[in-house]
Design a protein around this ligand. Structure first.
Ligand SMILES: Cc1cc2nc3c(=O)[nH]c(=O)nc-3n(C[C@H](O)[C@H](O)[C@H](O)COP(=O)(O)O)c2cc1C
Length: 314
């Protein structure tokens, strides 16, 4: 007879929500419709993030928009989305499908002004997601140089405060690894009223050239880097933020195994975002990564993820 395996508990507490597991579908990869959000939940995501939406619909960039270049993905989707009003219905349907599973729903909004962010957030709030995430990696057209909000602590805090004024629910802000000082941005949005952070969005932009065509592969020429190449950068960002800011973090960037997920938790994340790993594998990646994580926890004698959250800080 085999000895009974020690029990492991994959549940995590994220900003007052109990998630059935630590893995979170990252925005933009599968979250375009209620059916794919629900499928990710059925396959083992503890929370799912919808595709980022803006106040007005956006067509995005022409194809090709995503490239697997061997060490990750490069994408220039151009934030194509149906607009926040249409997104409401997607979120309502997703919420109904997720509720029996106990899986949390995260809506994601972006804009080019503080007012656009606030208006989009108000629209998606009507669908009652568990969390609204602000994707601040887009240009601030009110700023002097139109730099992304995410690069500047003052701009990032301004947009967080603008949404906080109109939305009393759980508010997460998604940070960029391109920020010259990501910890300063994290501190600023925490002071402006964020309840949590998602770290990180894509790195770059980068470029790959097709030498036969003699031009960049992506129609947009450049795109954001995600997947394996981003992982060490994302992990360092999570580690630095966790040391400085006492907000829950969804550690995101290049995670594709149970070992990678545990590294994020040990760096200080409460939950772990999964994006590019789904690209080739589909949402079955959630089940596989959960299985690997549980096996690793058994091997290491870890009963609950909270027991090792942030342990890498010593
Ligand atoms: C094809 C694609 C589309 C994405 N779209 C969005 C988006 O709409 N909003 C957003 O906040 N992040 C978006 N991201 C960034 C991911 O949510 C994630 O932060 C990033 O890819 C790093 O995680 P990963 O390495 O696990 O993919 C997108 C990434 C990819 C690859």
């Amino acid at each position: 007879m085999c000895a009974a395996e020690p029990p492991v508990d994959l549940r995590v507490e994220l900003a007052g929500l109990t998630l059935p597991g630590p893995l979170v579908l990252a925005s933009g990869i599968w979250g375009c419709c209620a059916e794919t959000l629900a499928r990710a939940a059925r396959d083992g995501a503890g929370a799912v993030t919808a595709k980022s939406c803006s106040l007005q619909p956006r067509a995005g960039h022409p194809n090709p928009t995503v490239l697997d270049w061997g060490a990750g993905l490069m994408n220039a989707i151009g934030l194509a989305n149906p607009g926040a009003a249409a997104e409401q219905e997607i979120l309502r349907q997703a919420r109904a499908a997720l509720a029996p599973l106990g899986v949390a729903l995260i809506a994601s909004v972006f804009g080019h002004t503080r007012a656009d962010f606030a208006a989009a957030a108000q629209l998606v709030a009507a669908a009652q997601p568990d969390i609204i995430e602000l994707n601040i990696s887009c240009p601030n057209v009110e700023g002097e140089f139109g730099r992304p909000f995410a690069l500047d602590p003052v701009a990032a805090a301004g947009v967080t405060a603008a949404v906080r004024r109109v939305y009393a629910g759980r508010l997460f802000v998604k940070l960029s690894p391109n920020a010259p000082d990501i910890v300063a941005v994290a501190r600023a949005v925490a002071d402006a009223g964020a309840d949590g952070l998602t770290a990180v969005n894509t790195l770059g932009p980068g470029m790959i050239i097709d030498v036969r065509a003699r031009r960049p592969v992506l129609a947009n020429r450049v795109g954001g880097i995600s997947g394996a190449a981003l992982r060490p950068v994302a992990l360092r960002c999570v580690y630095d933020i966790a040391a400085a800011v006492k907000l829950p973090i969804i550690g995101t960037g290049g995670v594709s195994s149970g070992d990678h997920a545990l590294q994020m938790i040990m760096a200080g994340a409460t939950a772990v975002g999964i994006g590019s790993a789904l690209y080739g594998e589909g949402s079955g990646a959630f089940r596989r990564i959960n299985g690997e994580l549980a096996a690793l926890m058994r091997q290491e004698g870890i009963a609950r993820l909270a027991d090792v959250q942030g342990v890498a800080h010593g």
